[in-house]
Write a protein that binds this ligand. Sequence first.
Ligand SMILES: *Cc1c(COP(=O)(O)O)cnc(C)c1O
Length: 460
Amino acid sequence: MAADPRSALPSVDRILRSEPGRRAAASLGRPLLKVELAEVLAVARDRVARGAEAPPADLLLAEAAHRASVVATGLTPVINATGVILHTNLGRAPLPLDAARTVARTAVAASDLEVERASGDRSRRTARAERLLCALTGAEDALVVNNCAAALVLGLTAIAKGKQVPVSRGELIEIGGEFRIPDILRASGATLVEVGTTNRTRVSDYRDALGPRTGAILKVHPSNYRVVGFTAAPSATSLAKLARGHGVPFLYDVGSGLLDADATIPGEEPDVVGALADGADLVTCSGDKLLGGPQAGIVVGSAELVRRLRRHPLARAVRVDKMQVAALEVVLRMVATERSGEVPVVRMLRESADAVRRRAVRLAGLLDGELEGAHVERSDAVVGGGAMPEVTLPSWAVHVRRRSPEDLAARLRTGAPSVFSRVEDDAVVLDLRTVAEEQVPDLARAVLYALEGDDDLDED
Ligand SMILES: *Cc1c(COP(=O)(O)O)cnc(C)c1O
């Protein structure tokens, strides 16, 4: 009988025991390399069974080591040259350096996270941030949780579980893959009552939906899309009045985390102070959108309602960790001391097009000589991250023309430093609004490195 051709393949253990295998295991971690090897070998066995030749052990090891290194390299800083300020897949808001330093300092040591130093009494980890939020928004009380979705689930659970919550059909939105308002309501044990239509909803639609089982009225800012044309939505003020008349709370999810109206920021985002002034009993928003802080969910509003949320058992399940607390405190302090211009997201939103253009010219200058075909051109940056869908910010970009720009974009992503760009027609577009001044030399180096060995000479 002929020997099974699969026996020509080495075992996982034999590869791991070999000298190159031991070296790879030392740097990548043996458990990780082992599972990758097992998978690579399973595929190879399959192929061999179907008549392919058995690949040599070093090739199998190289393949497994490559796959392991993608994981072992871990979370990697990248340069965001996409022109999308709040890029959810790139981690949304980059923190101010001060905030990151405080995070690092408090992360490696014990801290007064939940204790008052003077009295030695126990305190809450979010008390300082919540005090700042009250001071900044004028709210009676505030609560900080893990993210805005958690804030909504907690709020609806604590206030409207087992009850009905009318929401406009125009606001049954999805934000990101897993966040859908109807699902959030279901998870909270509240019953969604859809009112109005996608484009037009009136106060009377809400009024008709109110009854003895109503637990709250919820308004959600459709932060990542706009219904344009023949539209109508009742003002927050009129919904607040309706809710008050019916004796139920009015919850307003503004989402994007603009604390106060800011004329220097384009677009018409609802802000927390405005939502409270309109009569919202609870307002929820994210920490890592327009506020420019860490991931967090912020709730502000009536003392009685915030207390109910704080005391709900779910609050513990959605609490923030100390690194989020540290970063949020620093960012809120910056806002409170009129230093919000130092928050990267705010800087990116406010910077003049001219300042961005100068940065683009600087980048092009650094590429010049090495690279013909780098052009400085007008660009449109966007806010992203589920904020201001219709607003573009005038920006400037360096275009690098290639016959296959997708290839260059891919090399940029896997380079060091890694760069994320846009591809438009025949060019890789590097938008400078989302690139910090101090990143420009690194960005230039990354581009030149990615172009090295590139035989695409289709530059004009
Ligand atoms: C972004 C957003 C959320 C979700 O916020 P996370 O902090 O990502 O959980 C909820 N509601 C609105 C209106 C949003 O814009």
